[in-house]
Design a protein around this ligand. Structure first.
Ligand code: SAJ
Length: 439
């Protein structure tokens, strides 16, 4: 039963159904670009908006800088005139739908940094016209859409639910996931009013396999935070278990693998050298910040944040103790890091625990080198490090430490060439050798 009661809403719905709607995507990163491509593929004319001229130029030249978006897809859409990118936000005035996909990082104080959302909304508000659907996708605290974005977009002639329509829809992009990409990941969407929700559902239904409507923007905002807080806290649990098992001489990896045989009521997570990425270490602190405003301490989140934050130190302690057992001080020893990206088989470095480990090792006087086929160069403090040849470096190092377990690493050769290996990812679970120390 449709909730669309006004001509404006019906007209927008028709434009969306017939794919005549002009779709704007603000922010052309790992969320915005895949969405732009999916909308373009089903026939919409899509305009990508970004402040980075270089990105705009690369896209208009038909190339992609996002690992999960094939350059051919971009080239075909640019060629057919269905996609173009621009830094000119005045073109927002031509859009019928606008998806906001800008970053929502944390400040150093662990408070939300809303500056990207605010500047995007300031630009959109300048050019917004009646009959437009705006959907915020950036991960944020519950209430952002209705308390921050709505007042920035509304004017006497632009009231949400009447002349303009506003939703929140959490991005669920999992970089590098070979099975789930934008098109086949169920899309949750919640609007400020039922009309808003219906129009948001209609847009996504044109291009994506499954749409999941919820009753309010706050519900949609909270869905995302639950998903990622769930992960962060469970990773914190197994990290704490790893420290306990290490102290008790129990193989935590064997414990988890055996627990994972339980066919119900359990989901395996694995310890590691810390928590990286632009989602898991960040999103839960949007929730804890907002809950503090509501007078509730999010103690689980804070504690898991602390436990996860300690893991780089724990990994370095493992390296130091392993060298010590060979009467080698960490200071002056050559430690070679395998894997710098924040998780395996991707090139993203954001919040990578490998950077913390490298910093701690350098701080303790070790000579640090690394190998990562996805990351040619990295800056750690004032050291510029370049990815080295794996087998040569493993042969030269006093200790090799596996931080990110890329699938393509030559693990047999690593074990053969290395004198000592600290494996923080159980990447060598198939190998038995006294030179391997596991987390
Ligand atoms: N990590 C562990 N142990 C685990 C799982 C992950 O230490 O058991 C570490 C990873 O090494 C990494 C960090 O946590 O440093 C985050 O890893 P992640 O697997 O959660 O990957 P992300 O950060 O790319 O998370 C994304 C999220 N997707 C979105 O927010 C849209 C998350 O919701 C997904 O569940 C996750 O991908 C996924 O499942 O791969």
């Amino acid at each position: 039963m449709s909730t669309l009661t006004t001509e404006i809403a019906e007209a927008l719905a028709t434009k969306i159904r017939t794919r005549q709607a002009k779709c704007g995507i603000v922010g052309l990163g790992y969320v915005g670009l895949p969405l732009a491509v999916e909308l373009g593929k089903v026939g919409f004319a899509v305009t990508g908006f970004d402040i980075a001229t270089a990105k705009v130029e690369q896209l208009n030249a038909g190339t992609s800088y996002i690992q999960d978006v094939p350059g051919d897809d971009v080239a075909a859409l640019v060629q057919s005139g269905q996609f173009r990118a621009t830094t000119d936000f005045a073109q927002i005035s031509e859009m019928d739908t606008i998806n906001i996909c800008v970053p929502t990082p944390l400040r150093k104080t662990k408070d939300p940094d809303m500056s990207f959302i605010v500047s995007a909304c300031e630009e959109i508000a300048k050019y917004l016209k009646p009959g437009t659907l705006v959907i915020l996708e950036s991960t944020t605290y519950p209430g952002t859409t209705d308390e921050l974005v709505k007042p920035m977009l509304e004017r006497a002639d632009l009231r949400v639910g009447h002349e303009i329509f506003l939703c929140f829809s959490p991005e669920r992009v999992d970089p590098g996931n070979p099975h789930f990409q934008t098109k086949n990941i169920p899309k949750v969407v919640g609007g400020t009013t039922p009309e808003c929700t219906e129009l948001g559902m209609l847009l996504y239904a044109q291009a994506l396999d499954k749409v999941v409507p919820v009753s309010a923007t706050q519900v949609a905002e909270m869905v995302k935070l639950l998903e990622n807080t769930f992960r962060m806290i469970n990773i914190g649990l197994v990290n704490e278990l790893a420290v306990m098992c290490g102290r008790m001489g129990i193989d935590v990896w064997e414990v988890i693998d055996a627990a994972a045989t339980k066919p119900f009521g359990f989901m395996p997570f694995y310890p590691g050298p810390g928590l990286g990425g632009h989602c898991i270490p960040i999103d839960p602190f949007y929730l804890s910040w907002k809950s503090k405003q509501a007078g509730i301490e999010a103690r689980f989140i804070e504690l898991a944040g602390y436990v996860n934050g300690q893991m780089p130190h724990y990994a370095v302690e493992k390296v130091q103790n392993a060298l010590n057992d060979q009467t080698k001080p960490l200071r002056g020893s050559h430690v070679h890091i395998l894997g710098i990206a924040y998780k395996r088989d991707i090139d993203d470095m954001r919040e990578s625990p490998a950077l913390d480990v490298a910093h701690l090792l350098l701080d303790r006087g070790a000579k640090v080198t690394y190998s990562d086929p996805f990351v040619p160069m990295v800056q750690v403090d004032h050291h510029q490090l370049f990815s080295q040849d794996i087998t040569t470096s493993c042969g030269e190092a006093d200790c090799v430490v596996i931080i990110t377990n890329h699938s393509d690493f030559p693990y047999a050769s690593i074990v053969e060439k290395s004198r000592l290996i600290v494996d923080t990812r159980n990447a060598l679970k198939g190998f038995r050798s006294s030179k391997i120390v596991r987390l």
